[in-house]
Design a protein around this ligand. Structure first.
Ligand SMILES: [Zn+2]
Length: 330
């Protein structure tokens, strides 16, 4: 699925906004330093006049003293750093600020072949626009590994949850070098989606592309593109995103209306991602037996041979949280 012009413009405007915001931050920092360290300001302006001389020399207007210019510029730089350091600032305090240092907030990077290509931050903005990612964005804005609480679990449930959290943290840590898949299964409301969200959050921060789908949403979209003639082109690029993104999360597998189409699409997806060594996380309320009975043998065998199964059990946390909120309101 490609971006239309309006969506592309939306993304480019977002980069403009980020650049403006960072320029404003840089200016505020410069003002702060200038008012606190007047010598710094003087050094900056003398650097400016030296730079003018340098340009003139480069134009052949004055060739004397080239070495002097270089050495005074480097002396001034060193002095400026020293001033910052003495005042308790880091020496890069006045360097340009970038939200994405890879593309310097332009959305594009130079590929190895020398061509311009989309930066990972552009890819994630594209994914968010194309495949409504509001679900996962809402989830990870409030919940992540640092807000994690063991408060709702006890005994065996707690042990299972802790073990799975460790597995998730390892998954994130080894993501670049290890191809690994996880399936969270067990009863409703035991933190399965929450853990997928935590992993997604960390990987997005590291610049990976992550696509999150509820099973219902994913199969609906596949059906829509497959069975409508105008969707054929969309289908090709949808497959490419689905099979190629760094991490695919399929949430709530089993809540969709399962039929042969769903089963075969699921197999293609798992299989393609396995061949490409791209990791996937699935969460489901189904038991192992139910997964086996509901999907084809091929799907079940892909899952059992390529996925680490993590069982989560316990009370329905969403219900508990709701009840607590109601109690505190009443
Ligand atoms: Zn970027």
């Amino acid at each position: 699925m490609g971006l239309n012009k309006q969506q592309y413009d939306t993304i480019m405007r977002e980069y403009e906004r980020i650049r403006d915001m960072n320029h404003a931050k840089e200016a505020a920092r410069r003002d702060e330093i200038y008012s606190m360290l007047p010598e710094y300001r003087e050094l900056d302006s003398s650097m400016g006049s030296i730079a003018v001389r340098q340009v003139m020399m480069a134009l052949g207007e004055d060739v004397s003293g080239t070495d002097d210019v270089h050495s005074s510029l480097s002396q001034i730089s060193a002095r400026k750093k020293q001033l910052l350091q003495d005042a308790g600032y880091s020496t890069d305090y006045l360097d340009p600020i970038y939200t994405c240092t890879d593309c310097k907030d332009t959305g594009y990077i130079q590929s190895e072949t020398g061509l311009k290509e989309k930066c990972h931050c552009f890819r994630n903005r594209e994914i968010a626009l194309l495949y409504d990612q509001s679900n996962i964005q809402d989830m990870i804005s409030s919940e992540n590994f640092t807000t994690l609480s063991y408060h709702y679990y006890a005994n065996d449930d707690l042990e299972r949850f802790k073990r799975t959290v460790d597995i998730c943290k390892n998954f994130v840590q080894n993501f670049e070098q290890d191809y690994h898949n996880l399936i969270f299964y067990g009863t409703v409301g035991t933190g399965k989606s929450f853990l997928s969200g935590c992993v997604a959050n960390e990987l997005l921060k590291n610049g990976n592309s992550v696509i999150y789908f509820s099973a219902v949403g994913m199969f609906e979209r596949l059906a829509q593109f497959t069975f409508h003639s105008e969707g054929k082109n969309e289908l090709v690029s949808f497959y490419e995103d689905l099979y190629q993104c760094d991490l695919l999360i399929i949430d709530d597998l089993g809540t969709e209306l399962t039929n042969q189409f769903v089963s075969s699409q699921l197999f293609s997806c798992l299989n393609e991602r396995h061949l490409r060594k791209k990791s996937t996380i699935i969460s489901t309320n189904l038991s192992l037996e139910e997964i086996r009975d509901r999907y084809s043998d091929r799907v079940f065998s892909r899952l059992t041979s390529n996925y680490q199964f993590c069982k989560l059990t316990g009370p329905d946390i969403r219900m508990l949280k709701k009840r607590n909120t109601n109690l505190s309101i009443s």
